[in-house]
Design a protein around this ligand. Structure first.
Ligand code: A3P
Length: 319
């Protein structure tokens, strides 16, 4: 052509057209790429992270499926890492949502720019991501960075996500909420960043291969004994608590600051909104284990249980 500048979007559009797409129950358009389903509107940023993100040795990457405890893990890790910079009563978490202080790679940093400059971020940089481990592989392997994964019982994760989408995506059109349809899609592995089992298994196996690289956590375990896991996280990322800090009760203070009741009652989380994201309040609902039973039938519970047994068989991972 006559010296026209090539539209850099074309390549992306071409790829998009070759891939399977589905409309999810919430109206979100999903696209399947390398075995995982992504919201179409997040797909370009996902590819950009894969292509451009370069981890530093000191980076800490918090990896999750949505609604698995991301907000909580972000808050805890931020506090642990920055405890020498901010005292508990001066914590930025008192005035900012955890997603503000710890941004997502694909949803925030790579959303508007294909290759943003992340060099100015103070180290150790902490990032969140919903990307599967296989999408981060290269960048993670080439550095000494640490990945922390948190997952959650699939039934609670599903119910939490269903509430989240109902609130954020369906509120406007007032349609009845299709929990059955949503559930069926979930069981077929068609959900954002899913299939659920493949997402968890990738991180589970990565942790088995290299326990220095990946810490694998469960939401339910943290609910049971958060101080134990605060210590584990701190050790894993190389910020262990001193005996003196322990004696001062610092671990308990961090647990309290980051607790559901404390964070959800802060003004910033009741009223605030992060640009380009949902109302801060929608990241806090109930924060309980087993709430699925209030929304799903025992038969649905059994279906997931069987499905998980089948998909996770031989892995050593159980829910
Ligand atoms: P529920 O919908 O079951 O209440 P994510 O942070 O990955 O988006 O997940 C959101 C889920 O974690 C929601 O679950 C939310 O209430 C819960 N949650 C948010 N902050 C929490 C905290 N500090 N402690 C425990 N659970 C929290």
């Amino acid at each position: 052509s006559s010296g026209e500048v090539e539209d850099p979007k074309d390549e992306f559009q071409e790829l998009l057209q070759t891939l399977e797409q589905k409309t999810s129950w919430s109206g979100t358009q999903l696209v399947k790429y390398n075995g995982f389903w992504f919201p179409v509107r997040a797909f370009k940023p996902v590819l950009s992270v894969q292509k451009y993100f370069k981890a530093k040795d000191s980076d800490i990457i918090l990896c999750t499926l949505p609604k698995s405890g991301t907000t909580w893990l972000k808050a805890l890790t931020f506090c642990i890492v920055n405890r020498h910079i901010y005292t508990i009563d001066q914590s930025p978490l008192l005035t900012s949502n955890p997603h503000t202080v710890v941004p997502f790679l694909e949803i925030n940093l790579y959303w508007e720019q294909e290759n943003p400059n992340l060099e100015h971020i103070r180290t150790p940089r902490i990032f969140g991501t919903h990307l599967p481990f296989s999408f981060l592989l290269q960048s993670i392997h080439e550095s000494e960075c640490k990945a922390i994964y948190i997952c959650r019982n699939p039934l609670d994760q599903f119910v939490s996500f269903w509430h989240f989408m109902s609130k954020n995506e369906r509120e406007k059109d007032g349609d009845p909420l299709a929990i059955d349809e949503a559930f069926d899609m979930f069981c077929h592995g068609i959900n954002q960043f899913g299939p659920f089992w493949d997402h968890v298994l990738e991180y589970w196996n990565a942790r088995l291969n290299n326990s220095q690289k990946v810490l694998f956590l469960k939401y339910e375990d943290l609910k049971e004994d958060v101080t134990l896991y605060i210590k584990k996280i701190a050790e894993f990322i190389g910020y262990p608590f001193s005996l003196e800090e322990e004696k001062q009760g610092l671990i308990q203070q961090i647990a309290n600051l980051c607790s559901f009741s404390n964070l959800s009652n802060l003004d910033t989380n009741k009223k605030g909104k992060i640009i380009g994201m949902f109302d801060n309040s929608t990241y806090f609902r109930k924060g309980e284990v087993g709430d699925w039973a209030n929304y799903l039938t025992p038969a649905m519970g059994e279906r997931i249980e069987k499905l998980m047994e089948n998909k996770l068989e031989g892995s050593g991972l159980v829910f």
